[in-house]
Design a protein around this ligand. Structure first.
Ligand SMILES: [Zn+2]
Length: 465
């Protein structure tokens, strides 16, 4: 079926995905008001005190080095992971849809692993109504820690910020989702990884396991170093969080791999669309708190678990505090010339972590009640013409109200305008004709909008002759 959308400019408004103007119709699971209420319920449940207590508990294990003690009930990574598991089990006892798992494997000797080491990722899954074959959204942080000598597995490595902050955030998010009775459509995974500091081994194994199980992971939100508000540069900043996302190197059309730069798609990877989605989620639910989008996969000389997800083709971003203090990361705890070194809890601001937790939670919650992205979107380039024709598959879903065809000039970083294409029950292929918008001037991205007003991340259409 074809839809002519003449006068697209007249329709184009600088409006982001507003929940409020689409009222609930039909037999979808959540209404617009219901979705918003559920999400606010989660955000309200996030508590700085709770995050603070989790972070202190993680620090209390002395060191959480990946090769540290696993038998002591009070010290080392074994005690830490048993405690994380016990917290998740506590949440599971109050929410039958929350299940607790371990992803455990033996890592052989490698550059940063001096003896065969049992590595354990601990995670909980809040089952969505889509069930195990549905979509997965991952919130991740790593619970292992290190000091200056990354092979030292016995000295105190408090890791309050790196990454006690991210692990506490993940545990707190699990508590907030389960205690508020949130019911997602997609599955939400709360993942505490090990061996990040030794070479991303935990997250790599998890992403590989997900791929082998055929999990449809639509997002990994990785939180690593999200607790410090005063940087080593002296700047105090507690009103924003950096969100790193990798770009797109190439696109695959049929068997052909084509440089993304051919189409100006370098900035339209699934990870970057996820970053834009998070930016919008933060603007909707935390309007006073800024997401500082960094169009890079990470900082220089640093890495993180988001890369493991990217390597297996999953969209992933990294959250990190705006100004880091290197005296408080990967350091032996000591005072030198009056300067305190070490990753201590005093340098973590739980109120700030709570804000970052709310950005994560709002994004994950929206994603979890959003419809799936448009299927097989293409932009027709079979002949020279002035406008733009887009096609995509119409999913068999009663919960879809339509699609937003976003567009922006090629030099713009964020989606600024859209045209709405209503759902048609006829099924099959949708064609949107935009005669006044030149595909040579704009980049297009299509997002599915649910009847609950919540939309999917955008996806760029591939050129089709
Ligand atoms: Zn880290």
């Amino acid at each position: 079926m074809k839809r002519a959308l003449a006068g697209a400019f007249a329709l184009a408004l600088t409006t982001f995905f507003m929940i409020s103007n689409l009222s609930a119709r039909g037999n979808n699971e959540t209404t617009a008001e219901g979705a918003r209420e559920m999400i606010i319920g989660v955000l309200d449940a996030v508590s700085p005190d709770s995050i603070h207590s989790f972070d202190l508990k993680l620090v209390s294990f002395g060191t959480r080095h990946t090769m540290s003690d696993t038998t002591s009930p009070t010290r080392g990574i074994g005690a830490a992971r048993r405690w994380i598991e016990s917290k998740f089990r506590e949440f599971a006892s109050s929410d039958p849809n929350f299940k607790v798992f371990k992803d455990e494997f033996l890592q052989p000797v490698s550059s940063r692993i001096s003896k065969p080491t049992n590595i354990v990722n601990v995670y909980g899954i809040l089952r969505g109504t889509e069930g195990p074959s549905g979509r997965y959204i991952v919130l991740s942080g790593h619970y292992d820690s290190i000091v200056s000598n990354f092979m030292d597995s016995t000295s105190d490595a408090p890791g309050a910020d790196d990454d006690g902050s991210g692990a506490s955030l993940v545990i707190e998010a699990a508590r907030a989702f389960t205690s508020s009775g949130f019911r997602p459509a997609a599955n939400i995974v709360f993942l505490c990884c090990a061996a990040e500091e030794q070479g991303l081994y935990g997250s790599h194994h998890f992403a590989q396991m997900a791929e082998q199980n055929g999990w449809n992971i639509v997002a990994d939100l990785n939180d690593d170093i999200v607790g410090g508000t005063r940087g080593g540069n002296g700047v105090l900043e507690n009103g924003e969080i950096r969100v790193f996302s990798e770009g797109l190197r190439e696109v695959t059309i049929g068997d052909r791999k084509i440089a993304a730069s051919m189409f100006g798609y370098e900035s339209d990877s699934p990870s970057r669309e996820l970053a834009r989605y998070i930016n919008n989620a933060a603007r909707m639910y935390l309007p006073g708190f800024k997401t500082d989008l960094v169009f890079r996969s990470d900082r220089f000389l640093r890495g993180g678990d988001q890369t493991s997800f990217n390597e297996f083709g999953y969209p992933a971003v990294r959250f990190t505090e705006p100004n880091e203090d290197y005296n408080h990361q990967h350091q032996y705890v000591r005072v030198e010339n009056g300067v305190q070194y070490g990753d201590l809890p005093v340098f973590v601001d739980p109120s700030f972590v709570a804000l970052v937790c709310r950005v994560n939670s709002a994004s994950a919650a929206l994603l979890s009640v959003s419809p799936s992205r448009p299927q097989e979107p293409v932009m027709m380039v079979d002949k020279l013409e002035y406008g733009t024709r887009l096609r995509w598959k119409n999913p068999r879903s009663a919960a879809v109200s339509g699609w937003k065809v976003y567009y922006r000039e090629t030099w713009q970083p964020l989606w600024s305008n859209y045209v709405f294409v209503p759902y048609t029950a006829a099924g099959g292929e949708i064609e949107a004709s935009l005669p006044e918008l030149s595909k040579d001037k704009f980049i297009f991205g299509i997002a599915t909008v649910g009847k609950n007003g919540v939309e999917s991340p955008a996806v760029v259409p591939l050129p089709q002759r």
